[in-house]
Design a protein around this ligand. Structure first.
Ligand SMILES: [Zn+2]
Length: 133
């Protein structure tokens, strides 16, 4: 898959200041404050950086954690996982594999069929509702 690469200046120009902090500086939005944590509409969640479709609404579930949560990505090739030992915890960071945006973390306490919980910042996503419903 082709990578999207931009300079720091280009990312700052494209993203809102809040999106920039999360997607490019690995920030985390406060729980229950994001634009999609309680969204239940049908559609596709794209990467805020490069527009790649990352998650679908039919894999979204209410994890009660205050961030949009999914049990699997649309295509595992579009996300990358890295070990994250910041903040005194061992977690698995999830990044966009196309533009390297920080998305959130994945935890092994999700529902069937994968048992995974992709806990993603709303600020790293752009929701595209499915029309004609
Ligand atoms: Zn991306």
């Amino acid at each position: 898959m082709e990578k999207v690469r931009k300079t720091d200046e280009e990312w700052r120009a494209q993203l809102s200041p809040e999106e920039y902090v999360v997607a490019r500086q690995k920030g985390t939005e406060r729980a229950f404050t994001g634009r999609y944590w309680n969204t239940t509409a049908t559609g596709i969640y794209r990467c805020v950086g490069c527009g790649t479709p990352l998650f679908a609404s039919d894999t979204k579930f209410d994890a009660g954690c205050g961030w949009p949560s999914y049990f699997e990505p649309i295509d595992p090739e579009r996300v990358r996982e890295e070990r994250d030992t910041s903040h005194g915890m061992i977690r698995t960071e999830v990044l966009c594999n196309i533009c390297d945006a920080h998305l959130g973390h994945v935890f092994p306490d999700g529902p069937e069929p994968t048992g995974l919980r992709y806990c993603i910042n709303s600020l790293s996503l752009k929701f595209e509702p499915l029309e004609d419903e």
